[in-house]
Design a binder for this molecule. Structure first.
Ligand code: FMN
Length: 171
């Protein structure tokens, strides 16, 4: 893949909020998971734990805890194991690590023409109960994935990114 391909991927990505019923192919799911597997994590401790939810029972559980599935046929519940992450006295990288993993997977999905949206609006307590998460496993985000419907388009928010001058300081 050359540089232009990568730039196309990051420019093509937008939050998809309308998914068709078409299921994701297993090889694409595996490639997306592989992108999460090789992501950088602090001290390479790899605290990520990813639940791949495709069954109607699992998706029903997601609908119980979030209004943001948008009919996606697959949801990755990206978690982090707080016990495994790099933990200092007053600081842990568990959230950062899992976030980087999720970004890797999101961009791989875009590369494979799979739509996705990052969802943080979910009931944290309920999701732990629904999926019987151990005490040390912290849900970080949901990545809803699938094929965008033909009328799916980026929201206005997608087009209102700040200018570089507002987010960059050269020192
Ligand atoms: C940390 C985080 C949390 C988000 N939570 C939600 C959410 O709960 N529901 C949703 O529909 N979109 C959610 N989004 C998507 C953002 O609204 C979206 O990325 C932003 O508006 C920019 O649009 P774009 O992704 O199309 O460029 C979230 C994104 C991030 C990074």
């Amino acid at each position: 893949m050359n540089k232009d391909d990568f730039e196309n991927v990051i420019k093509r990505r937008y939050s998809v909020r309308s998914f068709s019923d078409k299921k994701l192919e297993e090889d694409k799911i595996n490639k997306i998971l592989e992108a999460g597997r090789i992501a950088p994590t602090a001290k390479n401790l790899q605290p990520q734990l990813i639940y791949v939810i495709t069954s109607s029972k699992g998706l029903d559980k997601i609908d119980k805890v979030s209004r943001c599935r948008y009919n996606a046929p697959l949801v990755m519940l990206v978690c982090s194991n707080k016990d495994i992450a790099y933990n200092l006295e007053d600081y842990s990288t568990y959230e950062m690590d899992a976030t980087i993993v999720a970004v890797h997977m999101m961009l791989e999905a875009t590369y494979l023409d799979v739509g996705s949206v990052w969802v943080e609006m979910f009931d944290n307590k309920k999701i732990k109960e629904e999926f019987n998460l151990d005490k040390n496993i912290e849900p970080i985000c949901l990545l809803c994935m699938g094929y965008a419907t033909s009328d799916s388009k980026p929201s206005n928010m997608h087009f209102t990114k700040k200018d570089l001058k507002d987010i960059v300081r050269y020192v």
